[in-house]
Design a protein around this ligand. Structure first.
Ligand code: MG
Length: 228
């Protein structure tokens, strides 16, 4: 069995405005801080990490950041649930066809590894009809270290889905952070240039494989050594 772990933002879907709005609401409600995320490039960071880093920038004392962190996460989840219906989610080219083809393969188990908080991640993929492909995940409320999310997902595959690790874990992501996290968790990384990073950037960052988009179905099946 192969375990395929997919990042969400800029790998499966375009980044959404609603998610940022949920952060800003969370900052306001948990910390009383007005903080605009306009223009910030935070691709590949976990949501937990983003809260901590930005509240440091806003000069919130460390003790306060930590003591209200879980509260901020809950506020964000509530706010995003309210906004989900109106959020501008868009599935990236090739994603549906690829997931459908992989899903019909008996040797493939698919999950998410995303910096998104768990309810936000599932909310997004459910809204666009992709949730049915994913059996498990590692999520951005669990840790500030992205590689730990990959390890969490692998453990869940082992514990609940009869998966055994033998150089058969693949991480799909669009940023150097996805690449580093995948490698730290001993996964093979397929980087996709559908976000802010070019193929050259991703190659330089050490990806095992680099693709232009998820529309390269044949190439992805070759990489995974699967019959299409
Ligand atoms: Mg991403």
């Amino acid at each position: 069995m192969k375990l395929l772990l997919f990042d969400v933002d800029q790998t499966l879907l375009k980044s959404s405005r609603g998610h940022r709005a949920a952060f800003e609401q969370g900052f306001l409600e948990a910390y009383g801080v007005e903080f605009s995320m306009e223009g910030l490039e935070l691709g590949g960071m976990t949501d937990r990490e983003i809260i901590v880093e930005l509240m440091r920038v806003a000069r919130v004392p460390e003790r306060v950041i930590q003591s209200r962190l879980d509260q901020c996460i809950r506020f964000m989840e509530h706010r995003y649930a309210e906004m989900l219906k109106a959020d501008d989610l868009e599935v990236l080219p090739g994603v549906v066809g690829l997931l459908e083809a992989l899903n019909s393969h008996p040797e493939v188990l698919m999950g998410l590894v995303t910096g998104n908080l768990e309810t936000i991640a599932w909310g997004k993929v459910r809204k666009v009809g992709l949730a049915k492909y994913f059996k498990l995940g590692g999520f951005g409320g669990e840790d500030v270290v992205r590689s730990h999310l990959v390890e969490n997902a692998i453990q869940r595959a082992v514990r609940h889905h009869g998966f055994s690790v033998a150089n058969n874990v693949y991480v799909f992501g669009d940023t150097p952070r996805d690449i580093d996290a995948g490698h730290a968790a001993r996964a093979i990384v397929v980087a996709v240039a559908s976000g802010h990073y070019s193929k050259a950037d991703l190659k330089r960052a050490g990806a095992d494989w680099v693709i232009e988009s998820m529309a390269e179905k044949e190439k992805i099946f070759d990489i995974l050594d699967l019959k299409n």
